[in-house]
Design a binder for this molecule. Structure first.
Ligand code: GMT
Length: 379
């Protein structure tokens, strides 16, 4: 099948998932065209059957900001015509689903692609439900062929918030489980031999509550020799650094910034801490589970469908840094328990979130929409 994908190409869960999906589809014999403003973060090296098209915007004194969305819609339309795209997959409702609708409607009727949008979370919980975007997000979801969301929680939130007349199907995020697995090669570069490694990975937005990570780490390091490795970057980084300084632990915190090969870093951690306000899914907890690292997360949103509380990690109340630290200490001082939770995490990742299973679900959806049997979809 000839498939188009639009996503946010920067480091972030939705862009990562869209890119990995594109790679997996190409490996299964489909031709995939990405249309974005830059090459997607995770798309490294050469991939047969994948083409990246970049969107150019013009600056003009009358435009306060270059109208990216209009340029994107035009580019999608051109690429669809040139390559005979049968199905477009827009990741994130705003602006991608809206741009793809515009592109589809600009095409001659007989050349129109089928359109799927995957909701990733912040497009609904933060962006879409903001009054300025509410109507256009709802319009987009009702004007396409299929809406998917990355967890049952997000599907339910979307139905509740937008009172939709169309179904929202849940298709969970997935991982390449060969890429993410247990191995501890870089550990010595991150901490001293006797120190435990606590890791956090995010885009440091307010919803990630990175200052909670610092507070939890302070309580841990009072009891266990440890080092905190912070991976990623974003608006709350300075606040995190400020709190670490105030608490007198700045020298125990390492900031690695945005890091491409997190599959090499995660296995070095003893624990991953993700104390988000809410997560529609939580790709990092899944990556940790695949690498056999126990997760301390929050009992909110779709993370509850990823991390099995007490089995593959612990879920605590949002903001309860005391409980998170106590759970972390419990694991750090009981290696057998940590090891067992890690093992069960991997088992769960394989059972529920493997690439083959989930990509197969997307393929079936595409085939259903395009009206082709699954075998014929592999061309
Ligand atoms: O985490 C973010 O804020 C980035 C955001 C994105 O769209 O890139 O992540 C969302 O999508 C990911 C992939 O589906 C999910 O794993 C994250 O849970 C979700 N983030 C939130 O819901 C806050």
């Amino acid at each position: 099948m000839r498939i188009g994908i639009t996503c946010h190409p920067s480091a972030g869960g939705s862009g990562i998932l869209a890119t990995e999906l594109g790679i997996a589809l190409a490996e299964r014999g489909h031709t995939v065209h990405f249309v974005t403003y830059e090459q997607p973060f995770r798309l490294q090296g050469f991939h047969d059957r994948i083409v990246c098209h970049s969107v150019d915007t013009v600056t003009y004194p009358l435009f306060r900001n270059p109208p990216y969305s209009l340029a994107l819609a035009t580019k999608i339309c051109e690429i669809a015509l040139e390559h005979g795209i049968e199905l477009w997959h827009a990741h994130y409702a705003i602006p991608h689903a809206v741009c793809a609708i515009l592109a589809r409607d600009m095409l001659p009727a007989e050349r129109r692609f089928k359109l799927v949008t995957t909701l990733h979370g912040t497009d609904i919980t933060l962006v879409g439900s903001d009054p300025s975007f509410y109507r256009i997000t709802r319009f987009a979801m009702e004007s396409i062929d299929a809406v998917t969301a990355v967890s049952e929680w997000l599907s339910e939130e979307t139905r509740r918030e937008f009172h939709l007349n169309v179904p929202v199907r849940t298709i969970y995020n997935f991982l390449n489980l060969e890429k993410f697995s247990a191995s501890r090669t870089e550990r010595c570069k991150l901490a001293e031999k006797e120190e435990k490694i606590i890791m956090h990975i995010s885009n440091f937005r307010p919803v990630k509550r990175v200052t909670d990570v610092i507070r939890v780490f302070k309580k841990i390091s009072d009891r266990v020799p440890a080092r905190l490795v912070m991976v990623g970057d974003g608006p709350e980084r300075m606040s995190a650094a400020g709190v670490a300084k105030q608490l007198g632990i700045a020298d125990k915190v390492k900031y690695l910034g945005n890091y491409e090969n997190i599959e090499a870093l995660i296995p070095c951690a003893d624990i991953i801490i993700q104390p988000s306000e809410h997560e529609s899914f939580g790709l990092v907890p899944l990556e940790a589970m695949a690498c056999e690292v126990p997760v301390i997360g929050t009992d909110s949103g779709g993370v509850r469908e990823v991390v099995e509380n007490g089995v593959t990690g612990y879920l605590c109340e949002v903001g309860d840094t005391e409980a998170m630290a106590n759970r972390a200490i419990e694991l750090l001082t009981n290696p057998a328990l940590a090891c067992e939770m890690g093992r069960r995490g991997r088992e769960r990742a394989v059972k529920c979130f493997g690439q083959g299973t989930i990509v197969g679900q997307y393929e079936s959806l595409y085939a259903e929409l395009v009206g082709a049997p699954l075998e014929a979809a592999h061309t």
